[in-house]
Design a protein around this ligand. Structure first.
Ligand SMILES: Cc1ncc(C[n+]2csc(CCOP(=O)(O)OP(=O)(O)O)c2C)c(N)n1
Length: 626
């Protein structure tokens, strides 16, 4: 195997042309075989095998800096930098990450996970190089999807002032997770296929050449022109006009052509963009045919491309999708917004049924929220469906554009809580903190699938800014006998006893149910309250619990700082309520990848650990048992 000759960075440079041919085949086979077992981002990685090889052939790692935008496509880079053996542990607890990590390798020059950061980060590295007087190349590799994010445009705008070399590689596969959207995408389409561009150029030049004298002169002038009519013939004028040299388009399966383009790019004094045309899923038919499904995949059967395990029970996203479908029919004012995640957030069905009321804004969470504010101002009811960690991008837009004007925008915050294998950049463990700190924003979390449905209906008929946060994965269908009508700021009493009160929010209610069972078996008397609202908090309930219990245990799938526990503690402290408090939450730290179950155990959020902590707290206080 040629692959065995790659033990560390730059080993690829020792290979012959024949070996490189062999390597690209082996790399694809390796990716398919491994991702079929571990799951991961298959389609994007298959598309950049040759592109990554060409980068590694041209540049020298770790001195030169390659920054992978989003970073989900960095698997070949990881293999070529000596991490092949670790691939069996990809995205597993304690294993290698699915994203670039400086802690894994010095060749991962910038950690990524969220989209559209690579140009800004690369520019920072390149500027630093000017100041420190070092000598290295900086290459930001950005996808056409990631190029729809505002930060990428801000970076381009800023990069145009560079006087030293800064390379942007546009990895253009004409796809975001699903179809890419927007004007930039259409612009790129104009010259995506080198053939089409070449044909157009040749046709025009030939026609002009046929006009005696004048035609020839015009062709000459066009060739010499710096701008104007030249943009009819030269691709990438948008970039050129901004002061960024455009090279391409280059065929992303042609290693030699890419190496040549990258070498040319390295000679440019200033910012340069190399436009590389790749194909998502390249080399594996099921991924080529269903690039969106294979963007991020669970383990699958290589022969059929079908997932190894079939989901039988609905997850929370399915519940959201079903409610949106139903309410879309009844509420003509209802509109839905996604930032390039129609499939992931469950809006595909809504999009199909009500295309005029569905908006994919590209990977632009901040813009999406302010766009929703505009829609709300004009009387519509926008639902912004977005993952918790990506909504972090839109904090100011929620605060400044939505909440200060008290606009009725509904935030359907999916993947709130631990998400598992995508790891630290994707854990949704901060939204309770950043959302519940904004005045006037109502924040809810359902205990089970029925309550998610009720909360969404409540939110859509609400007046004012409101968020419903719900986790990734199977929707809990226990506790279905408890379905008290939802009232703003009111919790739901599930089991009322004395001594210990569990005050749990959202996903933690089902854990609290188990904790209660463990504690009751040991003779404790345990109340269980479904908090329902993180803001406004049910202060009356806290007062009542403090009166009748020795210990209140808050439970939330969010970091401690700024979360439910702190809000409850503030009431208890302010009002000097005579009760002991225990806050169960995600500790204030970034949480790496692993299965959600493993992470729960590691963080002490599983029922057994929580019950143990409560017992210790009771014993510390020498509270008598019932
Ligand atoms: C801020 C943010 N929003 C959403 C996502 C989810 N996401 C991951 S990859 C991706 C599409 C990226 O498309 P592109 O840059 O073209 O890369 P490709 O997978 O096509 O190679 C999206 C929307 C993200 N990572 N970050």
């Amino acid at each position: 195997m040629v692959l065995d000759q790659i033990q560390k960075e730059n080993d690829i440079k020792k290979l012959s042309d024949e070996e490189l041919e062999e390597l690209r085949v082996e790399l694809r086979e390796f990716l398919i075989q491994n991702i079929a077992k571990t799951g991961g981002h298959l389609a994007s990685n298959l598309g950049v095998v040759e592109l990554t090889m060409a980068l590694h052939l041209t540049f020298t790692l770790p001195q030169d800096k390659i920054i992978w935008d989003v970073g989900h496509q960095s698997y070949t880079h990881k293999i070529l930098t000596g991490r092949k053996e670790a691939f069996a542990t990809l995205r597993q607890f304690g294993g290698i990450s699915g994203f670039p990590k400086g802690s894994e390798s010095a060749s991962d020059s910038f950690d990524t996970g969220h989209s559209s950061t690579s140009i800004s980060a690369g520019l920072g590295l390149a500027k630093a190089r000017e100041i420190t007087g070092e000598d290295y190349s900086v290459v930001s590799v950005i996808g056409d999807g990631a190029l729809t994010g505002g930060m990428a445009f801000e970076g381009l705008n800023n990069a145009s002032d560079m006087k030293t070399n800064f390379i942007i590689v546009l990895n253009d596969n004409n796809m975001s997770i699903s179809e890419n959207v927007g004007g930039m995408n259409r612009y790129l389409s104009n010259f995506r296929t080198a053939d089409a561009y070449m044909d157009l150029k040749l046709n025009v030049m030939n026609s002009l050449n046929r006009i005696p004298v004048y035609g020839e002169r015009m062709v000459k002038r066009i060739r010499n022109a710096k701008s104007g009519i030249k943009q009819l013939f030269v691709p990438g004028m948008y970039f050129e006009e901004m002061g960024i040299i455009y090279l391409g388009p280059v065929d992303g399966s042609d290693i030699k052509a890419m190496c040549k383009a990258f070498s040319e790019a390295r000679r440019v004094r200033g910012p340069v963009l190399v436009h590389v045309i790749t194909k998502k899923g390249d080399g594996y038919l099921p991924a080529e045919q269903h690039p969106a499904r294979f963007h991020g995949t669970e383990p699958f059967d290589i022969k059929t491309g079908e997932p190894l395990t079939r989901r039988t029970k609905p997850n929370y996203t399915d519940v959201f999708s079903a409610v949106m479908k139903k309410l879309g029919e009844r509420e003509p004012q209802l509109v839905a917004i996604t930032a390039a995640m129609a499939d992931g957030t469950g809006l595909t069905r809504f999009a199909r049924l009500y295309p005029n009321r569905f908006f994919d804004v590209g990977i632009a969470e901040g813009h999406g929220v302010t766009f929703a504010a505009g829609l709300a101002k004009a009387g519509l009811v926008p639902v912004v469906a977005v993952y918790s960690s990506f909504l972090q991008r839109a904090f100011d837009q929620i605060l400044h554009d939505v909440c200060q004007q008290k606009l009725h925008v509904v935030f359907a915050v999916d993947r709130a809580g631990l998400v598992g294998s995508d790891g630290a950049t994707h854990q949704g463990i901060f939204d309770l903190s950043y959302l519940s700190s904004i005045p006037g924003l109502t924040v809810m979390a359902p205990k089970n699938r029925w309550e998610l449905s009720d909360m969404l209906r409540f939110a859509i008929r609400f007046d004012g800014p409101i968020a419903v946060r719900y986790p990734r994965g199977e929707a809990y269908d226990g506790l279905r006998e408890f379905r008290a009508p939802i009232e703003t700021g009111r919790s739901e009493m599930l089991y009322e006893e004395s001594q210990i009160a569990l005050f749990a929010l959202g996903s933690m209610v089902s854990i609290a149910e188990k904790v209660r069972a463990v504690l009751k078996e040991q003779g404790y008397s345990v109340t269980l309250v479904n908090a329902r609202f993180a803001a406004p908090l049910d202060a009356a309930c806290i007062r009542r619990l403090a009166d009748t219990h020795e210990l209140i245990v808050t439970m939330e799938e969010n970091v401690a700082s700024g979360g439910l526990g702190e809000h409850v503690a503030a009431i208890v402290c302010r009002e000097k309520l005579p009760v002991q408090l225990l806050a169960v939450s995600v500790p204030d730290q970034f949480v790496e990848h692993g299965s959600v179950g493993e992470l729960y155990e590691m963080l002490g959020l599983d029922a057994a650990s929580v019950a143990e902590r409560i017992k210790c707290a009771c014993e510390e206080q020498e509270q008598p048992k019932n």
